[in-house]
Design a protein. Structure first.
Length: 268
């Protein structure tokens, strides 16, 4: 009759609405036994903020520890109502079983939450250790590698400048040799002693120039071999750095910018 969990004797209402009322609202006063049923219905209608169909009410799961105290107050309210109005034959036992199931589910969820928190702490510890290793070990190594790459690119640019100068000198000497040969051909038409002496001097100078040209060609070949070996060493270093970065990324460190693109324009 006066229970907030029953609209009337034959129509049960879900106990989920009890979570929104205090203990004073769930406990029926003693003088309410003398009130007619319509007044009690109006009274609990004002507490529930309007009558709601029992099938339309949704269950609110227990999410916070203070909901347990609400469940205990709900059970005490049910116990008082059983003493005042008698125990309903079909509703009390299923409600207690339902609350027990909810408490079991809440305990399982709390255990699962604790396990997830432990896993999160372990993951954060692993992440912190890996980040510490990166800051203490890999960052200085990468800085050293970048400095070496800059030095090597400067050396390559210097070698390229030297090669350009040598090529220009070779071209000038080839043009000089051609001019001397033309002059020699012209003078060979009217040979004399002075011409022979000049020709011998020119031949000697030509041989000297040929020796210098061969020496310059050998030096150019050596420089090209040195450039090729240094390119190979750079490629090997780039591959080792990429492998190290892939190992770090496979451990769950996220993406990092690769270093293969830096300094690549300086080689060539």
């Amino acid at each position: 009759m006066g229970s907030p969990y029953y609209r009337d004797m034959d129509e049960p209402i879900s106990p989920a609405g009890g979570h929104h009322r205090s203990r004073s609202a769930t406990r029926a006063p003693t003088h309410s036994l003398e009130y007619p049923r319509e007044q009690l219905r109006t009274r609990y209608q004002s507490l529930d903020r309007g009558l709601v169909d029992p099938h339309d009410r949704e269950f609110i799961p227990i999410r916070e520890p203070r909901d347990r105290s609400r469940d205990r107050s709900l059970e005490r309210g049910l116990y008082l109502e059983e003493e005042l109005y008698g125990r309903p034959p079909r509703q009390a036992m299923p409600e207690r079983g339902y609350l027990g199931d909810l408490q079991v589910q809440n305990g399982e969820l709390q255990r699962e939450l604790g396990n997830l928190k432990k896993e999160l702490e372990l993951t954060n510890q692993k992440l912190g250790s890996s980040m510490h290793s990166i800051k203490t070990f890999w960052s200085p190594e990468l800085k050293k590698e970048r400095a070496l790459r800059k030095e090597e690119s400067a050396k390559y640019s210097l070698i390229n400048d030297q090669l350009k100068l040598l090529n220009s000198e070779n071209q000038k000497q080839a043009m000089l040799v051609r001019q001397l040969e033309e002059e020699l051909r012209l003078r060979m038409r009217a040979p004399n002693i002075e011409m022979q002496q000049q020709m011998e001097a020119l031949y000697a100078e030509n041989e000297h120039l040929q020796r210098e040209i061969s020496i310059l060609r050998d030096t150019i070949k050596e420089l090209e071999l040195r450039i090729e070996t240094q390119k190979q060493t750079l490629q090997a270093r780039d591959e080792s750095i990429k492998k190290l970065l892939e190992m770090l990324q496979s451990k769950g460190m996220g993406t990092y910018p690769t270093i293969g693109g830096e300094g690549g324009g300086g080689r060539g």
